[in-house]
Design a protein around this ligand. Structure first.
Ligand code: GLY
Ligand code: MN
Ligand code: MN
Length: 504
């Protein structure tokens, strides 16, 4: 099929109105119907937290206690009256209440399990600019909470229920190194005994293991992002700009999937730019021309109802891999596939990361870029100079989701392990990215060559050929299931499939 026909097919598909049940989640058919959020998902998530809190050891449990969370607020753009971007809810609050409005709070009475959403009392001035404020009855039924009150009623509502203890959220995000910035506070909170250190680890553990409804949503988001990646693959050609990959992706996800948000800044690095792990930032905004012979590394994922996807596809912009590109690409693909084949409950993520480094090392040895024995190579961390990041990370409401390091555990400070975002054993219904890579990053190569113990394993001539090559990353989003793993990401992965997809 020609690219023109593909576009016409796409336009035709927009005229159809497939029902939810007729949508295929496996193929790459185009569908424009947004996913309908079932808010009972959050009823179930609140129950999961209540059960957990009520099963804590005696010393952490209190009678007449409630959980209280503040949602997020809009941030002004510096001193102006515009905001930084469209409001996006804070993830822990989203998890429990799913409410998309800013400036809300939510409480859960741990004795009864009842939920109370507190919303701002919106003024007529607010209504002038933003439209009619939703009624409390509408919010109660839409968000499936037990009660809705105004924020200024919070003290009275909690006291009338006989609440004495409040569990508020405060803890460390082990990816950013930052602490919670939305810890609940309000005038009158001093009337309660406030506990700051109990809720966070419990809620992190809840978020770690996804429910069936969360998995269903994550699969759907992955389908949309996968389709968008395929669309980008078929659109790019030499002479276009990197940001046209980004714009095509964003357009597809919003137009077809109703996904207004992206889970992180799009990374569309071509040629040497593919070696910058998080290229695409403000100072390098995907603005290079795509050259004939370049590989492009597209790391992009949309977000829906605040749930994320995170997919990387690497392919030649002219549609045909060179021999050197096949060598590096297939080495990374072997590493990616070996990890997914080994994933199952009970396996340590750290061991899978080491497996991914080992497979990459073995392939680089076979192709002549490295020389020597794989055990010696691993001992001297040689693969980590080419693959200087972690195997992947937990995925959920945040792209780098919470729960990677808990109970005070910290990163292992070796070259091979220091960038690993998660160090725990896999459990059923965890969701993680698998994203090995191989990059030719000048600073890493210079460090490697300056290290006499590690550089003895490198063929200097072959390495010289790869200076400026860029890099390859292959990233899929994977659910840990009972006896293995389910890869939610459906994009062409082999050299043959990619070439065929581009030429189709
Ligand atoms: N997209 C960022 C990452 O892969 O972690
Ligand atoms: Mn990514
Ligand atoms: Mn990732």
């Amino acid at each position: 099929m020609s690219k023109t026909n593909l576009f016409q097919d796409w336009v035709q598909s927009l005229k159809r109105t497939p029902s939810k049940s007729s949508r295929s989640r496996d193929d790459l058919s185009l569908s424009y119907k947004p996913y309908e959020i079932d808010f009972s998902m959050h009823v179930e998530l609140r129950k999961k937290l209540v059960d957990r809190m009520n099963n804590l050891p005696q010393e952490k449990r209190h009678a007449n206690a409630a959980v209280l969370l503040d949602g997020g607020s809009e941030l002004p753009k510096y001193c102006t009256d515009t905001t930084h971007c469209n409001f996006r809810q804070e993830s822990f609050f989203q998890y429990l209440f799913g409410a998309r409005e800013p400036d809300c709070s939510g409480a859960i009475d741990l004795s009864t399990g009842e939920s109370i959403l507190f919303v701002p009392r919106l003024s007529s001035e607010w209504e002038l600019w933003c439209g009619k404020a939703p009624t409390l009855d509408y919010l109660k039924s839409h968000y499936q909470v037990d009660h809705v009150h105004y924020q200024d009623e919070k003290l009275e509502v909690l006291q009338k229920r006989g609440i004495v203890h409040l569990h508020v959220l405060y803890g460390l995000n082990t990816d950013s190194g930052l602490y919670t910035v939305t810890t609940a506070k309000f005038d009158g909170i001093e009337a309660f005994t406030v506990h700051k250190d109990i809720l966070h680890p419990e809620l992190v553990e809840c978020r770690l293991i996804k429910t069936e409804r969360e998995l269903d949503l994550l699969r759907w988001i992955n389908t949309i992002s996968s389709e968008a990646h395929v669309q980008v693959m078929r659109t790019l050609k030499p002479g276009m700009m990197e940001f046209q990959a980004e714009s095509q992706f964003l357009y597809y996800c919003y137009m077809i999937g109703g996904a207004r948000f992206h889970a992180y800044t799009c990374i569309c690095g071509s040629g040497h730019n593919a070696s910058a792990l998080h290229y695409g930032h403000a100072g390098a905004p995907n603005d290079k021309v795509l050259k004939d012979g370049d590989l492009i590394l597209n790391d992009m994922g949309c977000e829906l109802h605040c749930y994320a996807s995170d997919i990387t596809c690497t392919f030649p912009v002219n549609g045909k891999f060179t021999k050197d590109q096949i060598f590096i690409y297939e080495a990374v693909l072997k590493s990616h596939d070996a990890v997914i084949a080994a994933m199952k409950p009970g396996v340590e993520w750290k061991d899978l990361h080491i497996l991914s480094l080992r497979v990459l090392g073995e392939e680089l040895l076979k192709g002549g870029l490295l020389v020597g024995d794989i055990e010696d190579l691993m001992r001297h961390h040689v693969p980590a100079y080419f693959y200087p990041h972690g195997l992947g990370h937990l995925l959920g409401l945040d792209v780098h989701d919470v729960g990677g390091y808990t109970d005070g555990k910290t990163r292992t400070p070796t070259k091979s392990l220091c960038k690993l975002r998660c160090d725990r054993a896999l459990e059923k219904n965890m969701v993680l990215t698998v994203e090995p890579g191989c990059y030719f990053i000048d600073a890493q190569l210079d460090d490697l060559l300056a290290n006499p113990e590690a550089s003895q394993f490198v063929s200097k001539d072959v390495l010289a050929r790869f200076r400026g090559f860029g890099g390859v990353r292959i990233e899929s989003d994977v659910i840990v299931v009972e006896d293995g793993a389910e890869n939610m990401t459906k994009v062409p992965r082999t050299v043959a499939d990619i070439e065929q997809c581009i030429s189709a």
